[in-house]
Ligand binder design. Sequence first.
Ligand code: C2E
Ligand code: MG
Ligand code: MG
Length: 810
Amino acid sequence: MRISIKYKFVFFSAFLLFSLTIAISVFSITIDRNYIISNTREHISSVLRYFYETVINDTKENILEQGVMFSYNRKAVELIEKNDIKDLNDIFESYFNTGQFDLLFIYRDKKLIVSNKKDYGEYKMFLDGIMSWYDVDKNIVFVDGNEGLGLFVFSILPIKNDKDRTIGNIVIGTDLSNPKYTDNIYKTYHIDSSIFFKNKRINTTLSYEGRKQIGSLVDPEVAETVLGKNMTYSGQTYVTGIAYIASYLPIEGRDGKPIGILAVGTSMLSVEKVINKIILFILLFSFFMLILVITLAYLWSSFRMTKPIILVSQALKNISKRNLVIPKLVTDAKRNDEITDLYVAVNDMIKEMKEYEGKLEYAAFYDNMTKLPNKMLLFKIYSCPDYVLKNQKHCEGSDDQCECFQAEGKLGVMLYINVDDLKTVNSIFGHFIGDSLIKKIASRLKKIADRYDYFASRYGGDEFIICNNNIGKRGDILNLADEIIQEMKEPFDISGNIINTSVSIGISLCPENGKNLNQLIKNSDVAMRKAKEKGKNVYGFFNDKMMNELTNRIKMENELKQSVKDENFTVHFQPKYSMNENNITGFEALARWKNGDGEFVSPEIFIPMAERTGCIIRLGEWILRKSFEFIRNLNSKNAKNYSVSINISVAQIMQENFISLVETFMREYMISPEFVEFEITESVLIESYELVKIKIEHLRMMGIGIALDDFGKGYSSLGYLKTLPITTLKIDKIFIDDILDPGRNGNLAEDIIRIGHRMNLKIIAEGIETKEQFEMLKKYGCDIIQGYYISKALPENDLIGLLNNFNNLI
Ligand code: C2E
Ligand code: MG
Ligand code: MG
């Protein structure tokens, strides 16, 4: 499954953040827990202190003030003095409505005379107790309480008459558990909290209406210690198995000794609730942050990572399709990271490739040696010019789709030029000179083509194509071809070597001879070959006859190949007559072939064809075997030993295993080497002189004779006769035909025979057709003759009769 890198990045960052959040949460919760607990403790103790120090003291002051204010009420003083209780009650009631207190008692002579409460039993008992020892002239304010009263602040003041005599006492009391005092605590403190009082003596916990289980907050042991040591305590306590955070404060009584404890607390459950709320908050916050980070990571990685990577990979894909487009990435100039590096690297690479593409294009479309456009460019430009112009694209379709060499309504022409005999130049002067010759030829061709506004290209080794798909009149073509032929005739000076060469040119026209490049090349090639056959250094136009010839040739080539496979050949043998022995001494093996129509085809046609198509190797081997077989049969039936001469082609002798093949056959057919002769032509030597020389020497060492065939037909270089271990010189029929015409070559045959003899060569004359020729050659001292005068080449069976009756014939 393919997962985009941005998702991986998002998953990874989310995972990291999630883990981090969990870790931080756990850590902060631990810290917060302790913080909350200690904060709670602090708060509770401060609330308690506040209550003790501020609320109680303020209340004390307030209550004292109330008493003082009452004592200044003249009417009340008068009524007390008169002991008029009934009217005093009225004043009491009105005063009570305005006062900040719960209790209002008047004592006279330490006896309660008026009270604001009807049911005051508990208070009276308590206050009577105090009155018993109380000095009526004194002001006292105190905190006290018991199970019945709860926590109270009392003030007792003297009420004086005009003569400043104490006529009674006013007692004002207020209940500290009254919400007006305690609400502040409940309000400021967000969790359950309590004030309570514990009297050591009665060991009773007070609880107040509307408050929760006040008593349960007090840990008796802690309370004991707080009271005993008169100290404050703030911390955890356990009451009936429930944990609390509480603060304990001893309350000073009238005599300055602790009379009980004030305690404020909250249960751990409440604290836990707060902690849970905080945890929930942290988790929600973390979750929110996680979502936020995932979103940001997604957006960031999409824009900063994935998008550039997609663009870069798109650019790379384009490169693989040879479309060098620089990715359009909006890069932040300040940005400096790996993605930017990658982007910059790809950019640089594309720029570099664009530069190289130019160079590569040159290398792909131009010939390195001659600097002329090559075959590729020729095709790119001319296979489909309209297409090229419109789409800037090379036509990659089939021939039919590219039938457009010709520009609209115009004529086109193609000249297929082949350098004559470049092989010969290469073998005589070496390949370096051969290459230089090609370069110079190319440069001359280019100049001419430019003058005529033609396109010149190097099509292959020694082949050039000059063409134009938009010519005006035909006259130009002839001038151009003439000029090329003339220009090439001029000798080339290459490193001091003067080389004469020529070219053969085949011309095809568009649309007459074809509309597309392939057809035109094929046809001009055919025309070029025809021109070459005509004797080189000429040009010729393509015509349909040539095409028929080509078709026939192809047909014949296929038939030949099939015949080679089927060994559908015969070998005829032409007798060789020895002038000294006046008898037939040997035979030349000559291959015979009937084509598909049952007609004999001349070896001068099918042998070069077999050489061209490569099947000469197999055919040559077969002829060799047949020739050996023939001579073994013949010699085994006769008292006399005849020799056999076998024509060998270049390709055969160049075969690596040629020598070993000959050795094998000689062993197989038990033939003595002195009865075997191989005929080679000068062309064999020109192909690869050094290698052939080694092979010839090897054959000579084996004792096999070597004849130089067709001497006089080609270069007739006497040089070969000197440097090669040739045994026989075979004078070509050309010399023999003219032997009776002393004005022309008549003497030449005589001269060759003489020179040959001087070089210890055996001389054979071939193509003797008449008695006169025979006589003449006898006169010149020719060793052996061969020709229709003696006999044509005959099948093996016919030879027996010939040999038997031969003496009668001559
Ligand atoms: P070549 O080796 O010079 O063979 C002599 C050719 O002259 C033969 O033609 C032969 O029939 C012909 N000839 C002989 N006496 C006369 C004559 O009195 N008058 C005329 N007009 N012609 C005569 P052929 O058999 O047509 O062979 C032609 C060439 O084909 C041969 O020339 C040889 O170069 C090549 N060739 C023939 N057989 C073979 C072969 O088995 N292997 C190779 N490599 N080449 C062969
Ligand atoms: Mg021959
Ligand atoms: Mg010959």
